[in-house]
Design a protein around this ligand. Structure first.
Ligand code: HXC
Length: 258
């Protein structure tokens, strides 16, 4: 595990903390490796129901490490972008919901990382943007693609062309953030949300994620086919029997994740 990434697991909720505050958690090789390792490990752990990703100090992530990128050749730059994209896809495809607790700066690769998560809760202290044009480059960890999918092409282009750094409140208005909290309530709120999701039928939550991820970039009919197939699969689970029986018996359901 990278010295710059910590992770813990408690009551089905994983907490991954990027911990390189002296460089505002800028993504270098070590942090990327640690991130990959943490999500692979949490993916193998059957008790996980949700994961929270956050940063130590005043930043979530201030971007890819500019000092490490400065001397890259075009070939090396492509490999770096593809490596980050692969790791962020791993987060997006993680079987359980991943909540970004955006505690501070989420710039460049930092916003790209947050956008690979399923839900983004921001502290009032958060600032977000894709300032790559100030450096003579473009986003490379998915920013041009995920931002446009989240806020729409025109708003994404505005943010990409201007490099504007926006407040948490503006991010909320644009739909980049789901909620904004006071700084000291950020982690408690994310834990509360993760615990709420953890009480739902785990396979159903996982299938919801899969259906949205796989289906929404396809023609509607193809997305609906994916939905019908996953809906059918839930009827082969004990949790479907339990969930519906509990409703009929007017008692809380006890889900087991099968
Ligand atoms: C390397 C970084 C960094 C980064 C901050 N630091 N961001 N190092 N890469 N992205 C380092 C600074 O050099 C400094 O180290 C320390 O962190 C503290 O930063 P300061 O600038 O002193 O803090 P502050 O004045 O509070 O300003 C915060 C900031 C600023 C506004 C966030 O640091 C900033 O503009 N950072 C760069 C943001 C950015 O352009 N991100 C996009 C990167 S490109 P020292 O040692 O000097 O004290 C990108 C592309 C992704 O992400 C795709 C790749 C394929």
């Amino acid at each position: 595990m990278s010295e710059h990434v910590r992770f813990e697991l408690e009551a089905g909720v994983g907490l991954v903390t990027l911990d390189r505050p002296e460089a505002l958690n800028a993504l270098n090789d070590g942090i990327l490796a640690g991130l990959e390792e943490a999500f692979l490990a949490l993916g193998r752990e059957p008790s996980v129901r949700a994961v929270i990703l956050t940063g130590a100090g005043k930043a979530f992530v201030a971007g890819a490490d500019i000092k490490a990128m400065a001397g890259l050749s075009p070939l090396e730059a492509r490999a770096f972008a593809q490596r980050g994209q692969r790791i962020f896809n791993l987060i997006e495809d993680h079987p359980h919901p991943v909540i970004a607790a955006v505690n501070g700066f989420a710039l460049g690769g930092g916003l790209e990382l947050a956008m690979a998560c399923d839900i983004r809760i921001a502290s009032e202290a958060a600032k977000a943007g894709q300032p790559e044009v100030n450096l003579g480059v473009i986003p490379g960890f998915g920013g041009t693609q995920r931002l446009a999918r989240i806020v729409g092409r025109s708003r994404a282009k505005y943010l990409l062309f201007t490099g504007e750094v926006i407040s948490a409140q503006r991010g909320l208005e644009l739909g980049i953030f789901n909620e904004v909290t006071a700084p000291d309530l950020l982690l408690p709120r994310c834990r509360e949300l993760a615990a709420l999701i953890a009480r739902k039928a785990p396979l159903a939550v996982s299938h919801c994620k899969h259906a949205v991820n796989e289906g929404t970039d396809l023609p509607l009919g193809d997305g609906l086919s994916i939905e019908a197939e996953l809906f059918a699969q839930t009827f082969a689970t004990a949790d479907q029997k339990e969930g519906m029986q509990a409703f009929i018996e007017k008692r809380p359901a006890q889900f087991i994740g099968r």
